[in-house]
Design a protein around this ligand. Structure first.
Ligand code: ZN
Ligand code: ZN
Length: 345
């Protein structure tokens, strides 16, 4: 089969065309991949930054966002049949620890993630434990099902932010931040403010329902947000930038007693004024990791079926699988936002 492998200790990935199709265990399914999304995480692995080179073993097949068709099922698998159209949760929990056994498999301490810790879905075929498989509702198109993973991050963050009937600030509108705009709107946020440094993304955020989209480089917007929120600040902060300046701006804009859900990953430890930014403000902070299995997936499906999410403008490119290098270049240049690779074209 074809697959994209991190084969060298350097930038890039290599396309192999002669790898064997993965074998499956008794409780696994074999999925023929139809479409697969390129994630910011994959870009880190492509660029081979400090995080990626310290985490991903050389020789790993990359990729964790997909939709496909079940081609084979292990002999103990129930409820999934050959021919089913599926996506899946890429965080594979151990199933034994207290977290897995209490509905917190997404933060299992022994988690193995496809395309990072084990072979992923930038390939013609993927082997996945059956319990991680998610059947795709017939009315959801392949292109959308291919990006359930980042959409699930957005849904999880918005739900943790508890946005209904509240003002919301999203700092950083990359792929997940933009998805969070449409999800927060659908979930009943009253007014959504966003910040970023990219004009095109700010425009897109407005198109998706943000009432104000500010250039993060000029702090003056913080005062403007406060003036329109009773002088207090926003009720909810969804932090998606992972940049120290963005995080400080976010907390400066949060009202006393506000709630902050943090998803953006800082590249290194950052300095934080805990007394003024959190304690005196009596802020509630929630770290967000992955998607709840499978609560987030059901919420995501309901939101999609309600017709209230606008995702077409975020998925800017669909390319044939073998044009992966162009996909990464489009992401790096900022010309592309979400790129989906089509394995069948
Ligand atoms: Zn992803
Ligand atoms: Zn576990």
């Amino acid at each position: 089969m074809r697959c994209l492998v991190k084969s060298h200790d350097a930038e890039g990935m290599e396309l192999f065309t002669d790898r064997p199709v993965p074998t499956i265990g008794h409780n696994d399914v074999l999925i023929k991949i139809h479409k697969t999304g390129i994630c910011g995480t994959d870009r880190h692995i492509w660029e081979w930054d400090e995080w990626a080179s310290g985490r991903v073993p050389i020789g790993t097949v990359i990729g964790h966002e997909f939709v496909g068709i079940v081609e084979e099922v292990g002999d103990e698998v129930q409820g999934i049949a050959v021919g089913d159209r599926v996506s899946g949760e890429g965080h594979i929990g151990c199933g034994q620890c207290s977290l897995c056994r209490t509905g917190n498999m997404h933060i299992c301490t022994n988690v193995s993630i496809i395309g990072i810790d084990r072979d992923g879905c930038f390939a013609d075929y993927l082997s996945l434990p059956a319990r991680n498989v998610w059947p795709v509702h017939p009315s959801i198109p392949d292109k959308i099902a291919a990006v359930f993973d980042p959409l699930g991050n957005a849904v999880h963050t918005v739900m943790m932010g508890d946005v209904s009937g509240k003002t919301v600030l999203i700092t950083g509108v990359g792929i997940i931040g933009l998805m969070a705009v449409t999800v927060a709107k659908a979930a009943g946020a009253t007014r959504i403010f966003v910040t970023d440094v990219n004009t095109r993304r700010l425009d897109l955020a407005r198109q998706l329902g943000a009432v104000e989209a500010f250039d993060a480089r000029d702090d003056a917007w913080i005062q403007q947000v406060k003036e329109t929120t009773r002088g207090e600040g926003v009720d909810v902060l969804l932090e998606m930038s992972g940049i120290a300046a963005g995080i400080h701006q976010g907390f400066a804009s949060l009202r006393p007693g506000g709630r902050a859900a943090l998803l953006g990953l800082p590249g290194r430890p950052i300095e934080f004024d805990l007394a003024n930014e959190v304690i005196f403000k009596a802020a509630t902070i929630i770290g967000v990791n992955g998607r709840r299995m499978f609560q987030t997936w059901y919420q995501m499906q309901e939101l999609l079926l309600s017709g209230r999410l606008e995702l077409d403008a975020i998925i800017t490119h669909e390319l044939p699988f073998e044009e992966f290098a162009r996909g990464f270049a489009l992401m790096q240049s900022g010309e592309g936002i979400k790129i989906v690779l089509d394995c069948e074209r």
